[in-house]
Each structure stands twice: as C-alpha cells, then as structure tokens.
Design a protein around this ligand. Structure first.
Ligand code: SPQ
Length: 430
C-alpha cells in the first residue's frame, strides 16, 4: 500500500524511462537461442524480464546482469539442458506464450507455470497453432491454461490466420517456425507489434514481412549479437499523460522506442490537442529511437478504435485517465483484448476511475469517458496489474486529496523506478 499526492505539481524537465519490456524479453530469448555471446545494454530489470532470464538459466544458458547490462553465453538452442524444475513465468504473458513457441521445437521437455493472474489467461491462442505445427503440449486442465508441459519435437511449417492481432501469438509461431521444416507464415487482420520480426532478422534469421503477414524459414543456428534496448514507450506513456494533465507542464523524454507498431499513443495525444514533438530519430538493431517533447495544452475527447488499438493496447488505461480531463466524450472500442490482460482492464479501469469521481462507462469492447471531471482522492486497487498501479499514481497529480494505491508493489513488473521518476519530474518529495 502506498499513499501519494502530487496535486498540481507541474511536470517539467528531462527523463529517460527504463528499457522496453517487449524488446528486453526478445533480446534475452534470441541471445539464448543463438550460440555464443550476446551483450545487451539498456535492459529492463523489471520482474517480468527477470523471469525470462531465470528460465534460460534453468535451460543451461549463462547470464550475467550488471545494472542494465546483460551478458549472455549460450550453447545454442540445440544444446540446452533439460530443466529440473518448472519454468515459472510469474506474471508475464510474454514470457509464457513466447517460451511455448521456443520450446515446441527445442530438444528438451519442460513445464511452464505462472502466478494466479497468468494461470487464468488464455494459452489456447498459442497452443492451437503450435499443435498444428506438431507440438506436443499437455495441459492439466481442459482449457489449455498454465501449467502446460511441452516436449520439443519435430515441427512442420504452417500458414496460420490469427483470430486476434497479438504479437504474443505471432511471436510464438515465428519462434516455433525457426525450428520447423519449410516456411511458416502468420496472417493478422491488423498488424501487431513487430519486435520479434526485427530481432529475429537482426540475429540473422530469414524473416519476411509484407503488411499484415510475417513469415520465417527454418533456420541454421543463429549467433550472438550486441543489442541496445531503447526506453519503453508504454512506460513513457505515463509521463506523457502526466504532462497532459497538469497545466504549465513541459517534459522531454529521451531515448524512447518509436517503433511504428507501438506509437499509437503519440497519434492519439496529438489528436486530443497535447503538444507532442518527436526529434533525434535514429535506428538501433532495427528499432527506431528518438526524443519526445510534450507541452501541456487544453484537451478534447476523441474516438480510439480499429487498427489503432494494437498500436496502443497497453496505454489504454492511462489514456482513459487523461480522457477524464478532456472536453467532451472519448470513446474506446474494438479493445476487447483488454479483458484478458493481467486483469480485466476494462472492468478495473472503470471501477477505479469511478471511485475517484470519473464519469466512465464500460462497454463489451471498451470504455466511454465523459470529460472534464474533477477527480477526488481515495483508495485505488491495482488488482496486481502494474499498469493499473501506475494509472493510480499519475491520477494523484490532479486529485483533490491523496491517493492510496493498494498493491503498488506490482509496478516493479515493468517500471521499478516509477515513483522515483515521478518525484524527479514533479520535484516533490514522497
Ligand atoms: O507480457 P504481458 O503480461 O502480456 O504484458 C502486457 C503489458 O501490459 O505489459 C499485456 F498485459 O503487454 C503485452 C501486450 O499487451 C506485451 C506484448 C509483447 O511483448 O509481445 C504484446 C501485447 O500482448 P498481445 O496479447 O497483444 O500479444
């Protein structure tokens, strides 16, 4: 439990948010699949990414972490050792789903498990296509929930039309495709984040992408590389919104990942009226990186739907908070995926923002938020979901009374220095 209040603290200065969670996972995964040495800089030391490291250590990969630097020495996927205990993914959907794809063709047998939240999230979205490829997966329940035991086997390439725009589904299939005979293709209606394709290509795999189709050919053993992880735009989003909430704010966020499959928040904030300038854009290991400058301006409600949704899916809780301070109505739709995240984020965001005075309704696939509404203080539950915990922290910038966050520790999943950074940009003491 943590009680905070930053009422009307102007958000100012410069901040570099921690490394991208999605890219950190993938850097460790590819560095462990590849033979030899991989050096990672800018790694996110969040709980989820540490679970990924633990898992590869159990598979016989040597991994040394010092601050945000990670050194990997791997014998390569064909020489991994059979783990003696369950591979525990904690709260991390990315770890669990991508590992199932990686293990499907690896010469080991292992059981993947997770915490209570992860054990209730759907895994059939990956087990269905992986079984089509020949994967041997045994579940304890009938519903393909964790724990799942997977025994590496010979796989065949498939062409799969994914029923959801999900990078975790696409990535699991592409990782399995790296080991599968022939070609494997994944078709999506709307393209999901493409960090796996970028990282596979950077490590030398034969990956082709064409609009909403990603394909991979069975590969030779990959070799280690140097990887730089840019700052996480999903973490930066909390501070972009902070600058949008408090009049007079002006904030510079440096070294932020700007992969176009992730920058939906920038498009939406601009449409809402916030001053957003992107500069210094460069590319590192296939990933665009740059500086984002935010300037507070009065906001208006917008509609957020369709192909934009996968480009900002994780930012919708914090956008909902911002929408309480925008004139008129903000409509979020086509986002039913929010219901199967760390918690049901449609129900949780609606409940918690209502508690502090927001005018917000849940719909089956989104939310409708009516602004401008003054917010009061109170207790907000994180539901063990890092993005809900941080939404509550940012709300305290504009609430009339303090906010008490129940279960604030879960913020360590993706942003261990969140409160320190909030203090830095508001120059207020906790
Ligand atoms: O890893 P996890 O728990 O699924 O994390 C979340 C998050 O908010 O951090 C989702 F709850 O991000 C996912 C994201 O929603 C990370 C991710 C990835 O790295 O591939 C892809 C998205 O999920 P999905 O289901 O759309 O593929």
């Amino acid at each position: 439990m943590q009680t905070i209040h930053y009422k009307n603290a102007v958000v100012k200065g410069e901040l570099q948010v921690p490394g991208d969670k999605s890219i950190s996972h993938r850097a460790v995964m590819l560095g462990s699949i590849a033979e030899g040495k991989t050096s990672i800089t800018g790694f996110l030391n969040g709980e989820d990414c540490l679970r990924t490291i633990d898992i590869f250590e159990q598979l016989g990969v040597t991994i040394e972490t010092e601050g945000t630097n990670v050194e990997i020495e791997s014998p390569g996927i064909l020489n991994w050792t059979k783990p003696t205990e369950e591979l525990y993914a904690g709260n991390s959907g990315t770890t669990a789903r991508l590992m199932l794809g990686i293990l499907a063709g690896a010469p080991v047998e292992a059981t993947m498990s997770g915490d209570a939240s992860l054990s209730s999230r759907p895994m059939d979205r990956v087990t269905i296509p992986l079984r089509k490829m020949g994967a041997s997966i045994e579940e304890k329940s009938d519903a393909d929930l964790l724990p799942l035991t997977i025994k590496g086997t010979k796989l065949n390439g498939i062409t799969y039309k994914s029923p959801v725009a999900s990078a975790q589904v696409k990535s699991a299939i592409l990782f399995a495709g790296l080991q599968a005979e022939g070609k494997t293709s994944v078709h999506e209606d709307t393209v999901s984040r493409d960090h796996t394709e970028q990282m596979l290509r950077y490590f030398g795999a034969n990956v082709q992408t064409d609009d909403t189709v990603a394909s991979i050919q069975q590969g030779e053993m990959l070799t280690g590389r140097k990887v730089h992880v840019p700052g996480d735009i999903s973490s930066a989003a909390f501070f972009m919104v902070a600058a949008g909430l408090v009049p007079g704010s002006s904030l510079t966020l440096t070294n932020v990942g700007l992969n176009p499959t992730r920058t939906g928040i920038i498009d939406v904030l601009k449409r809402m009226g916030l001053g957003v300038d992107v500069t210094d854009a460069t590319t590192e290991n296939g990933e665009p990186v740059g500086t984002i400058q935010l300037t507070h301006r009065p906001l208006q409600g917008v509609e957020i739907a369709g192909e934009l949704i996968p480009r900002l899916i994780d930012e919708l809780p914090i956008i909902a908070l911002l929408a309480t301070q925008a004139k008129g109505k903000t409509i979020i739709k086509d986002a039913a995926e929010l219901r199967v995240k760390e918690t049901d984020r449609i129900a949780a965001v609606t409940n918690e923002l209502t508690k502090i005075g927001a005018n917000i309704e849940a719909t089956p696939d989104g939310m409708v938020i009516h602004g401008l509404t003054p917010l009061k203080g109170g207790t907000m539950d994180s539901y063990g979901d890092h993005r809900l915990g941080m939404m509550a922290g940012i709300a305290s910038l504009i609430t009339s009374d303090p906010i008490t966050i129940e279960g604030a520790a879960c913020i360590d999943i993706s942003y261990p220095s969140f409160f320190k950074d909030l203090e830095t940009v508001t120059k207020k003491s906790l």
